[in-house]
Each structure stands twice: as structure tokens, then as C-alpha cells.
Design a protein around this ligand. Structure first.
Ligand SMILES: Cc1cc2nc3c(=O)[nH]c(=O)nc-3n(C[C@H](O)[C@H](O)[C@H](O)COP(=O)(O)OP(=O)(O)OC[C@H]3O[C@@H](n4cnc5c(N)ncnc54)[C@H](O)[C@@H]3O)c2cc1C
Length: 600
């Protein structure tokens, strides 16, 4: 394993030079923080990452959880980690002081999440789901629910889950069939089955608090009839003690990657006595759950950046050390072999990985900064619209391009990349889940094209164009970036033409043909968004080079400019071909008769 799984130098560049995280301290909500507190937090999480999580990365993969005594028996390190997360205040770091939090900006906590995922992505699910579940109770739950659950969850003694998926309802949550019947005694009786529930029932904590979607008997069909419930593994009874609830883990799935983290099948109400507590109003469940789903989508994106980054550093270290062959213009067989990194094709693959990882991280931190500005009430509506628009990209670009990036890391190592001696094959397996869970790429794409691009009469779409436009304007006056600024401006024009074309298709031919190539549209817009991020990073690096950087800094900034040039030369041109396909496919898939797949 490489010594480095995530670069502190790069993270500080992103936080302080590109996103100017310190400017958040001018707002009352964040006023107790400073560069010193931010650095302290980052150092703490680097230490947890390097001393505790990173050494366990391969071990957890080799020894996945087992189904023992009706629950997932996980490595004891999970219990220790959850406790540690509670003790350092990680689980509610963003919450207000009144709620027991530390009012840490999301920009900083997202940077920490990236570090933790790079160190050991499999362990990050437990805290992430616990915070997300607690956030639902905190925002939509009654005082009684808050009093019963939040303290223990925030201490890391109890964990949370997100219980949506069912055998008959994966992407289509409208078809959820689990039922809830009001007992009139302050709780509902829940019946049904959930599958694939991450960290669903384990011995990592003393209680599991499921935030579960179910349908109250007699509720309308579809999404309008879904309600949200707290379904604890151990429920409170009248004297304040706990007893086992009628929710059972029926087994674990065996996965290709992400093996340290269990996913469970849960059966509710087999004995007719599974208690669930309604959160907020009846039939509002999916709307509430979107809060946790969005947090999880962003979390998946940033975790994917972490995995791809750790694989990149493995590839970087290996290619510096392994001697293989000679430069193409060196014909003398008695001359010494060169390290792999000297070969142009290896440099191309490393630049690709760096472009994906640092571009994807930029996208995530951009969204985090918008979240903080919305939190302090600065142009709240504007930033919330931008966040909505960017979530599908922040989730999908690192997930999809991260697979390609970790695959390139394997390729850099050659045969050893395919073997388990090095962790790159594990990163490749681990990241493969990211385009699937928390809404598949296809679902994210439909969300971006079918909803986010048109919502509020296209307001979010226009704001995104404006934000990218500001960076283009700043780059256009620097001769070094003229080409890239023009390319990005043309790319946004292409995106506009494609969107206009697609809205015409929607009007003339209907939703099926309109959404048929939504995934291509999402890829096209994401490439432009990452191009925007690279241009932002490039401007900062260029300006820093005009001063008197140290030798190390000079190399770092020049490396940034090289990766920016790589991205615009090798990756952004894909925008043209994606646009071409979208505009010429003419319903090729949407209108295809599926019998054409038959072979006799
Ligand atoms: C490791 C792991 C962890 C998970 N954790 C959780 C969890 O904690 N909680 C939870 O509730 N669930 C969890 N899930 C479930 C996960 O969210 C679902 O697997 C995912 O939403 C996809 O649902 P599905 O598997 O039923 O696939 P399907 O919905 O059957 O999708 C299969 C394919 O069809 C496409 N597709 C589906 N519908 C459409 C459509 N209308 N138009 C076009 N294409 C479509 C999809 O994009 C996908 O490519 C987890 C799954 C895994 C594997």
C-alpha cells in the first residue's frame, strides 16, 4: 500500500486557496472557527485515517462480516470506530451548539469525509448513515423522538440506517409495499421486507435505528402515500427500558466489493409485532427522505473520490519504483531500464486519474461551500438551487469516472494491479457500487434532465451557467488560459443547444424519447462542470506562480496546470461526441422493439 492515501497539500490548496474556506468565519454561525480550528480538525481526521482506518483496509476485505445469531457480526474495529466518532464529535459536527454540535462548516467536514473514505471507504458507511438518520429525526421528528434517539446516536452508541429498498421496489420507490397500521397507542405496526440495507443489523453498536419508508393502510398509491417511520431494533417500553422489536435480519448479501460493510435483508412484523413511530406527517415520507438521500448521494460521490484518490497514489508510487523498458527513442538494450512513470502512456493514465480525482473533489467542495453559504442565509435560494442542480453530478461523475480511474490505476501496475498484493484491485471492486446505490446513474440522469434542468423555469440551470461563466470570464483575461476559456464557453453553448433540442423532443415526442439519453446528458454536463472546476484551480495555481513560490510549491502548481491542460485536451472533447449522439439518436433505443433482442 502506498504511504499516502490522500494529499494534505492538495486538500489545503483546495480549501484555502481555491475555496477560501476562512471567509466563512466572517458569518456569525461560523465565527468561532478559524484556519487554526480547521487545520486542527483536518489533522485529527488525517490521524484517524492513517493510524486507525488505513491499516484495516485490506483486512476487512479479506474477512467480511458473518451472519451470526441473526445479525451481522462485524470486525470489532467498527464498534471502536463508532465510539471514536461519537467522542470526537464527528457525527454531529455540523449541528448548532444548541443541538450539541460544533457548527463546523460542511466545506471542512466534506474534506474530512474525503480523507476517511480514501483511508478506508468500507468503514465510513456506519457514521454517515447514523448522521443522516439522526438528521431526519432532528429536522422532521417530534420532540419525543428526538429525546429518545438523538443522544445515543450522536454518542456512537446506537447506529442509524436508511431502509428504503424492497424486493419489488429498487429504483422505483413509488412501488414500496411495506405497510404500517396505526394502533392508536402512539406507534404503528409495520409489516414487510427490506433488502440491501447497509449496516442493517450488526453488533457494531447496541441498537439500530432504522429510518424506514412504509405505506399507512388506506394511503394513496404511488409516492403520495409513503410515510417515514423510526423502527428501532430495541424499542422503549413504558418503564423506559428496552425490549426487542419484531424486526429480524434474515441474512447478508455476498458482494463483489465494499465487503467490510454488510448489507442486510430485514423482515418486519413476522410475529405481527414490529413497532414503528411516524416521523412528521403521514404521506410525507418520501419528501422527508429526500433530505437523507441527498446527503447520501453527496456522501457516495465524495467517497468515490476518496477511493479513486487512494488508488491513484498507489499507482503513482508503484510507477515511480518499477523499472521497465526504455524510452521509445532509446534503442540501446544495454542502457538502464527506466521507471514506468517515464513512459508517455503511463503519464497519460496518471494524469487521467489526477484529473478525475482532483476535479471530482473540486465539484464536491464547491457544493459544500454552497451549502455553508445557504446555511448562513447568504442568497439562500440561489445556493439551494445550485446544490439541487449539482447533486446528480457530484454523485455520478466520481462514481462513473472513478471506476475508469481505478481501472487506469490497475493498468499502471500491470499484472500486479490484477493481484491482491496491492490494493488497487480492491479499490476497483469497492468503487463499482457507487453508480448503483443511492440512486443509479440512470436515475440521477433522469433527475438532472427531467427535473433539475427545468425546475423553477430553468433557474437552477441558469445559475449553474452563470457560475461557470464567471470563471470563464476570469480565465479569458489570462493569455495562458485563453484556449481553455474558449473551449469551456463553447462547451456550455453546446450544452444549451442540446438542452433546447431535448426540450423540443419532449414537446413533440413525449417523455420516453426525451429521457432516453439522459445518462449521456448527465455525462456531458458533468464533464463541463469538472472543466469549470479545473479552470478555477488553474487560475489559482497560475496566480501563485506569479509570486515567488518555493520549489516544492512551484512543482505542485505546475502539476495543476499540466493536469488542467490534460483535462481540456483529452477529456472535454467528449462533450462534442456526446452532444452529437444525443442529437442524432432519434429515439433509437426508446422506440426499439425489445423482441429484436430475441435470437430465434
Ligand atoms: C452495497 C449496497 C448497499 C445498499 N445500501 C442500501 C441502503 O442502505 N438502503 C437502501 O434502502 N437500499 C440500499 N441499497 C439498494 C440500492 O439503493 C438499490 O440497489 C438501487 O437503488 C437500485 O435498485 P435495484 O437494485 O432494485 O435495481 P433496479 O431498480 O432494478 O435497476 C436496475 C437497472 O435498471 C435501471 N432502471 C431502473 N428503473 C429505470 C427506469 N425507470 N428508467 C431507466 N432505467 C431504469 C437502473 O438504472 C439500473 O441500471 C444498496 C445496494 C447495494 C448493492
Amino acid at each position: 500500500m502506498a504511504e499516502q492515501f490522500a494529499s494534505k497539500r492538495n486538500l489545503k490548496f483546495m480549501l484555502y486557496e481555491v475555496f477560501n474556506a476562512e471567509e466563512l468565519n466572517q458569518y456569525e454561525y461560523f465565527q468561532d472557527h478559524s484556519r487554526e480550528t480547521f487545520d486542527m480538525i483536518l489533522d485529527t481526521f488525517y490521524k484517524i485515517g492513517s493510524d486507525f482506518l488505513y491499516p484495516l483496509y485490506q483486512e476487512l476485505d479479506k474477512n467480511p462480516p458473518q451472519y451470526v445469531d441473526g445479525q451481522a457480526k462485524v470486525n470489532p474495529a467498527y464498534r471502536e470506530y463508532m465510539k471514536m466518532c461519537g467522542e470526537v464529535g464527528w457525527l454531529n459536527a455540523n449541528w448548532s451548539y444548541d443541538e450539541g454540535g460544533q457548527q463546523v462548516p460542511t466545506t471542512i467536514t466534506m474534506a474530512c469525509s474525503f480523507v476517511l473514505a480514501a483511508a478506508n471507504c468500507g468503514m465510513t458507511g456506519f457514521p454517515m448513515l447514523t448522521t443522516g438518520a439522526a438528521n431526519l429525526i432532528r429536522v422532521f421528528g417530534s420532540q419525543e423522538l428526538k429525546d429518545c434517539y438523538l443522544e445515543k446516536m450522536m454518542a456512537g452508541e446506537w447506529q442509524g440506517t436508511m431502509a428504503l429498498t424492497e424486493p419489488g421496489a429498487g429504483s422505483s420507490l413509488a412501488d414500496i409495499a411495506s405497510t404500517a397500521e396505526d394502533t392508536g397507542k402512539g406507534y404503528y405496526k409495520i409489516k414487510g421486507q427490506k433488502i440491501f440495507i447497509s449496516c442493517g443489523d450488526t453488533d457494531a453498536t447496541d441498537n439500530t435505528i432504522h429510518l424506514m419508508l412504509a405505506r399507512i393502510k388506506g394511503a394513496p398509491a404511488g409516492v403520495k402515500g409513503i410515510s417515514l417511520f423510526v423502527v428501532p431494533k430495541f424499542r422503549f417500553i413504558e418503564d423506559g427500558s428496552l425490549e426487542r422489536n419484531d424486526i429480524l435480519c434474515a441474512g447478508l448479501e455476498h458482494k463483489m466489493g465494499f465487503k467490510g460493510s454488510p448489507i442486510c435483508t430485514l423482515n418486519m412484523g413476522e410475529e405481527g409485532d414490529c413497532w414503528g413511530y411516524l416521523v412528521g406527517e403521514a404521506n410525507m415520507g418520501l419528501a422527508y427522505m429526500f433530505q437523507m438521500m441527498n446527503e447520501a448521494r453527496i456522501g457516495v460521490g465524495i467517497a468515490a473520490v476518496g477511493k479513486a484518490t487512494a488508488a491513484y497514489y498507489d499507482a503513482l508510487e508503484y510507477t515511480k519504483q518499477r523499472l521497465q523498458g526504455r524510452k521509445a527513442n532509446q534503442k540501446d538494450p544495454s542502457s538502464p531500464q527506466v521507471p514506468l512513470i517515464e513512459h508517455a502512456d503511463i503519464k497519460r493514465m496518471l494524469l487521467f486519474q489526477r484529473a478525475v480525482c482532483e476535479g471530482g473533489l473540486g465539484l464536491g467542495l464547491q457544493l459544500a461551500k454552497y451549502t455553508d453559504l445557504a446555511e448562513v442565509g447568504q442568497d439562500k435560494e440561489k445556493y439551494e438551487l445550485l446544490i439541487d442542480f449539482m447533486v446528480p453530478m457530484v454523485k455520478t461523475f466520481p462514481a462513473e469516472y472513478g471506476i475508469l480511474s481505478t481501472s487506469a490505476a490497475i493498468q499502471c501496475l500491470g499484472g500486479y494491479g490484477y493481484c491482491s498484493d496491492f490494493p488497487v484491485e480492491q479499490h476497483f471492486r469497492d468503487i463499482r457500487i457507487d453508480p448503483i446505490h443511492e440512486g443509479t446513474t440512470g436515475i440521477q440522469a433522469q433527475d438532472l434532465l427531467g427535473r433539475k434542468s427545468t425546475m423553477k423555469k430553468g433557474a437552477a440551470y441558469r445559475l449553474f451557467m452563470e457560475e461557470a461563466g464567471k470563471t470563464i470570464a476570469a480565465a479569458a483575461v489570462i493569455p495562458e488560459f485563453k484556449l481553455q476559456a474558449d473551449t469551456l464557453a463553447q462547451g456550455l453553448q453546446i450544452m444549451n443547444d442540446v438542452a433546447t433540442y431535448l426540450f423540443g423532443v419532449q414537446k413533440e415526442k413525449g417523455a420516453e424519447e426525451f429521457l432516453a439519453d439522459a445518462t449521456l446528458y448527465l455525462e456531458m454536463v458533468s464533464l463541463l462542470a469538472v472543466g469549470w472546476q479545473w479552470l478555477m484551480q488553474g487560475i489559482v495555481a497560475y496566480n501563485a506562480l506569479q509570486g515567488q513560490p518555493t520549489q516544492g510549491d512551484e512543482r505542485f502548481y505546475l502539476g495543476k496546470l499540466q493536469t488542467l491542460k490534460y483535462f481540456f485536451t483529452y477529456e472535454i472533447p467528449r462533450v462534442n461526441s456526446l452532444a452529437h449522439v444525443i442529437k442524432t439518436s432519434q429515439g433509437l433505443t426508446a422506440n426499439m422493439d425489445v423482441s429484436l433482442f430475441e435470437e430465434e
